[in-house]
Structure formats: C-alpha cells, structure tokens
Design a protein around this ligand. Structure first.
Ligand SMILES: [Zn+2]
Length: 361
C-alpha cells in the first residue's frame, strides 16, 4: 500500500501556510513538516558531510539530480532493483528527483520535442521523457518533477517560451500516464518571464492530476527578487491544497519572503555553497524578518579571525559553536583540512538553516 497526503495545518495570512506532507509506503510513514527544504545533493551525497555527520543534522529530505548519474546511459544504478533509497543508503529520508541540477545549471544546447540535454562528468547526454520515466519507475523515489523544457538563453522570445510550456505540459501528460503507483509526480510550472505564459502554465498544470508543483523555468542570470516576483504570478493560479516547491531561492531573506508568498519547500544548495566559501551565517531572526544589526555572514578565511577565540555565535547550541572557536576553523580552512568544511556544514545546516529557520517560521 502506498499513499500521499498534504495537510494544511494553519493559514494565518492569505498566503502563508504551515503543512505536513505524509508519505506512506509498505506501512511505513514519512512525514515532512512544511515549510521545509530539500537539501541539494551531488550524486546523491550531501557535499562536506559524511553519512555519520548527516545523521546528526535534522534533514528529512534531499533533492537528487538524474544528470549526476548519467555518465553511462542507462545509469549503472538502474541495474540495482532495490530502489534509490537503498542504493544511496538513505532509507529513512524523503527523496525528490529532477533531471537537471537547478542549483548548478549549466547552459547547454536546446532540447527538442524528443529530449532534454543534460550535463555529466563525461559530457552531454540526451534524456528522453521515456527514459526518465523508466529510470524513475526503477529508482522509486518519493517524488519526482516531470520533465521540463528549460530555456537557458537570455531574453527568449514569446514563441520559444510558448513552445517550452507546451513541451513541458505534453511531457507531464506522458509522465502521469506511465509512472507507477506510489511515486508522486510534481508538475513543473514554467513560462520563463512571460506573464501570460506563466499563468497558462500554472492553470494547465493545476488542471492535471499532479501531487504538487515545482516553480521553475527561469534559470539563468536572474536575481532572487526577480525569480520571486515571477513565482508570485504562478502561485496565484495554483490550488491551495497541494504543496509548492521553489528552485533557486536559497538565501535566507528570500526563503522568508517565499514562505510568506505560500511556498512550502525550497530546493537549495545554499548550506553547502556557503560552506564551500568558508562563510558562517550570523544573522538573527526576529519577529518581522531578519535583523540587520549584525552581518548576515562572516567569512572565516579572513585573517582577522586568526586570533578570534569566540565561537561563531555565542548564543548558539550547535556542535560547532559549543566546541570550537573561530580561530580554529580559520586555521583549518587555511590548512585545507576537511574538518573545516565539516564543522561549517554542521554549523550552517544545524544551527541556522534547518532548526531555527525553516522549522520556526
Ligand atoms: Zn552554532
């Protein structure tokens, strides 16, 4: 037996909501409280974190990208019949798939009606909707986004955007027909920056039997503010009773703004991106937003931290702040020690992004 439900628990403002996504499979239930995030992975692993460290962080769901598995076609992982949760040793977590990595999108040639191009470590690969659906039926993730005709050029014309909306809707129909029971299909709302196409895409996707929505289709060279403004146009036309996932809104202030527009889940690589830069978040959340008194983050590569023997945040209860000083992490970064990024990732993920930020909006 398998099932999926999304329960809205509280709607205070016209748009802001608290909810619960409940997945049941083989009498086993997984619950994801929303607002929440899908932590973006690289080849199914979270950058900078070993599996034992991952267990210490309250992450419930991961975003996984097919293009990271496509060095060979079909991917060797599709010969494993135990499903992707077992293959990645993430059986307790909720797994969400898409074809392309929205957080590290590389500009490549156009797709056609028959395929989308994907980037792999061995060059480009074409992925047809039939292949994608077949792989998903083998992987058996909790959710996947239907295939999207992404536009990766600046200022596309209306004709190109219309074609992208049509293709994405056609692929969604194919996906809904052929996906095996128990895997939830989220329809992708596109339309790039053309308002009328964003509305059409949202309305048409909402008319189909999808389990939820992904807000996508405007991927290169846009600021988070521009993205959020375009998402608002789509959100108006989506039913309230299904979850909405947004791509590429990782920074805390835009996550917060997105939550107040009715976005339930953020697919993000923000924690690992900040960690890769040696940045530690130091902003404070207050009732009506993010307090500006303090810097949003500190760059621990900076030599001024050489003799700074304070924790990253005095008041924080996370492992990193409780046990280590800024000077020590600075020293580890300078020495290119892996422990530096492990401590920073534990810090970024556990003390700010997940615990205090997503779960106590
Ligand atoms: Zn901390």
């Amino acid at each position: 037996m398998s099932g999926f439900s999304f329960n809205l628990l509280k709607i205070t403002d016209p748009r802001f909501r608290l909810g619960k996504m409940i997945f049941s499979r083989n009498k086993h239930e997984k619950i994801l409280d929303t607002p929440n995030c899908f932590v973006n992975t690289i080849r199914g692993s979270v950058p900078h974190l070993t599996p034992d460290n991952l267990q210490t962080i309250p992450v419930d769901a991961f975003g996984i990208t097919l293009e990271h598995f496509l060095e060979a076609q079909p991917p060797s992982s599709t010969y494993f019949m135990g499903g992707i949760h077992k293959f990645l040793n993430l059986e307790e977590h909720l797994l969400f798939f898409d074809v392309r990595d929205s957080e590290k999108l590389q500009n490549i040639s156009f797709g056609t009606d028959k395929y989308v191009p994907a980037v792999t470590s061995h060059g480009y690969r074409k992925v047809t909707p039939e292949e994608y659906i077949r792989y998903m039926n083998i992987y058996n993730p909790d959710i996947f986004a239907s295939m999207t005709d992404l536009i990766t050029v600046k200022n596309p014309g209306l004709k190109r955007v219309k074609k992208s909306v049509d293709r994405t809707l056609n692929w969604l129909d194919e996906t809904l027909e052929q996906t095996k029971e128990g895997i939830q299909v989220f329809g992708v709302v596109t339309g790039y920056d053309k308002h009328e196409e964003r509305e059409r895409s949202a309305k048409e996707t909402a008319n189909r039997n999808v389990a939820g929505f992904v807000l996508n289709g405007f991927d290169l060279d846009m600021t988070s503010k521009e993205r959020l403004d375009l998402m608002k146009i789509s959100l108006k036309h989506l039913p309230r009773n299904k979850p909405r996932v947004a791509y590429s809104l990782g920074a805390p202030e835009y996550v917060l703004l997105g939550i107040f527009e009715g976005i339930d889940i953020f697919n993000t690589s923000y924690p690992s991106d900040m960690t890769s830069l040696g940045h530690a978040l130091t902003f404070l959340l207050i009732e009506d937003g993010i307090q500006n008194r303090r810097e949003k983050f500190i760059n621990l590569w900076d030599d001024k931290y050489q003799t700074d023997f304070k924790p990253i945040l005095d008041e924080c209860k996370c492992y990193t702040c409780q046990n280590h000083k800024r000077a020590y992490i600075h020293h580890l970064l300078k020495a290119h020690e892996m422990l530096a990024t492990i401590l920073l990732m534990r810090f970024v993920s556990s003390c700010l992004i997940l615990n205090e930020f997503y779960l106590q909006p």
